[in-house]
Ligand binder design. Structure first.
Ligand SMILES: Cc1ncc(COP(=O)(O)O)c(C=O)c1O
Length: 481
């Protein structure tokens, strides 16, 4: 080992306070195994890690390994070590890594047209928009309201580059909708009187506890987490946060001044919590009552992850949204986001109201078509459901002895699953990584299980077995401590 590498690996451990804390309180052999596995990875690419520390903003804590490639549900680091990837780039690579069809489409489109701006038509943005609209309505024939309304040719799409941007656009559309509703007196007598004809008075936005919508100023203002919000106040005005799944609180917070309400049908970052049907139904009714747009953030739970094309397809038709935002898996890792809006929204959005340089580029949109075509088949969605059931079943057996101890519960739908621990999950995530399984945390001491949607049952079982093994070790460490 060269002295540079040795000095570097020492520094990694010396500066990684989380790592040092995690290393405390575990037995010597586990500690040295962990140290060697992670340090060995660091050896292979000291330059990448050194340059990260030296030249990149310090906004993430990363383990000392450098990923170089992936195949299917596996990724590999620069030492050649293999990891079963139950993170999928945080619910992004739905078709797995290096998917041959995605790779071929990227390569082909790269030789044709990557970008041309929105000053001109391209072949793929309208194709993807049409497929999103058709797939959504076809998969939910019972829908007649919101994005399912048939007026004016039906729903329409705006393309962005990320989930945050999609939400940001949705919030802008809600603001404009509020102004328009006041200006045209379309709100009904009670609401019009309540807002006194002042267009700015109907600009309120409502979000829910545990929700995550992004970190730009608008999206951050609706992401009610003091850790994310506090350093960046003041936030945008007119935002209130009600308790998720509380009908009384929602009914009070959503009022005549509200122009938009954003909610995740299943919260991902918030710890894998699903909205209750009664809550969503009451929310839809309340939005109609006060003339507010109902926005479903399906950036994490949408596009097949729940075992349905959209998570809200598990809800009754009288819960249909006015806007759906999507991103993560839409182009399997090529950045893209989209806002799907109902006719009543599209009729008030005009030229110049919103824009983007990169959004709707032919590369991302063509890949989006490929991904959607794969996800939106009964066989693919059936696999997600079955894989989710296999994961749940395997974990049930393995975790049963630890429920009430280190494990609180497991929950989830399809391949959006979580195991809630009774304490910080970072130690378990390290143990899993050491055994070749990548996991990501979520709120409430939860480890999030979001593998590629086409992960084989054998790999689902393998991942579950590793988690079971890690939970066992965690429990014995906690008993010994
Ligand atoms: C539900 C939800 N909304 C919005 C976002 C933000 O998306 P992005 O990171 O693509 O900007 C995320 C990201 O985790 C998310 O899970």
């Amino acid at each position: 080992m060269s002295s540079l590498v040795l000095a570097h690996s020492k520094r990694l451990f010396a500066t990684g306070s989380n790592r040092l804390i995690a290393l405390q309180g575990i037995n010597q052999s586990a500690r040295s195994r962990l140290y060697h596995a992670t340090a060995a990875a660091a050896m292979a690419s000291p330059k990448a890690i050194e340059n990260t520390e030296k030249f990149m903003l310090n906004t993430y804590t990363r383990p000392a390994l450098v990923l170089s490639h992936g195949k299917g549900s596996y990724v590999y680091d620069t030492t050649g070590r293999e990891y079963l990837d139950f993170t999928a780039g945080i619910a992004v690579t739905a078709l797995g890594h290096s998917h041959p069809e995605v790779a071929a489409v990227v390569a082909d489109q790269a030789t044709k047209l990557v970008h041309c701006s929105n000053l001109y038509h391209n072949e793929w943005a309208p194709t993807l928009a049409q497929r999103i609209v058709t797939a959504t309505t076809d998969a939910y024939p019972q829908g007649t309201q919101g994005i399912y309304a048939k007026d004016d040719g039906g729903a329409r799409v705006f393309f962005s580059n990320s989930g945050t941007e999609a939400n940001e656009g949705a919030l802008k559309f809600a603001r404009k909708y509020g102004k328009h509703a006041v200006a045209t007196g379309k709100l009904g007598k009670a609401v019009s009187e309540a807002v006194h004809g002042d267009p700015n008075l109907k600009s309120g936005l409502v979000s829910f506890t545990g929700g995550f919508h992004g970190r730009s100023m608008g999206a951050l203002s609706l992401t009610a987490n003091p850790k994310y919000q506090k350093p960046f106040t003041p936030l945008i005005p007119g935002v209130v946060t009600a308790r998720y799944n509380s009908i009384p609180e929602m009914s009070t917070f959503v009022d005549e001044r509200t122009c938009g309400v954003i909610v995740e049908p299943i919260q991902g970052e918030g710890g894998i919590h699903a909205a209750h049907v009664d809550f969503m139904r009451a929310l839809r009714r309340r939005c109609d009552q006060v003339g507010a747009l109902l926005i479903y953030d399906e950036i994490q739970c949408g596009l097949g992850r729940s075992g349905h094309l959209w998570a809200h397809h598990m809800l009754p038709a009288d819960c249909s949204p006015d806007i759906v935002t999507m991103a993560k898996p839409l182009a399997n890792g090529i950045p893209i986001g989209a806002i799907l809006v109902s006719p009543k929204v599209s009729e008030i959005i005009h030229t110049g109201d919103h824009g983007t340089t990169f959004g709707g580029n032919p590369l991302a949109c063509r890949v989006g078509c490929t991904v959607l075509d794969h996800i939106n088949t009964p066989e693919f969605l059936a696999h997600v459901n079955e894989a989710g059931e296999v994961l749940e079943r395997e974990l049930s057996g393995l975790l049963a002895p630890f429920i009430g101890g280190v494990v609180v519960e497991q929950r989830g739908t399809g391949l959006l699953r979580g195991v809630q621990l009774s304490s910080d999950p970072s130690r378990l995530i390290e143990l899993a990584r050491d055994r070749g399984l990548l996991l990501v945390s979520a709120a409430n001491n939860t480890i999030r299980l979001v593998p590629p949607l086409n992960t084989s049952f054998a790999d689902i079982k393998k991942g579950a077995a590793i988690i079971g093994d890690c939970v066992k070790q965690l429990a014995s460490e906690q008993t010994a401590a």
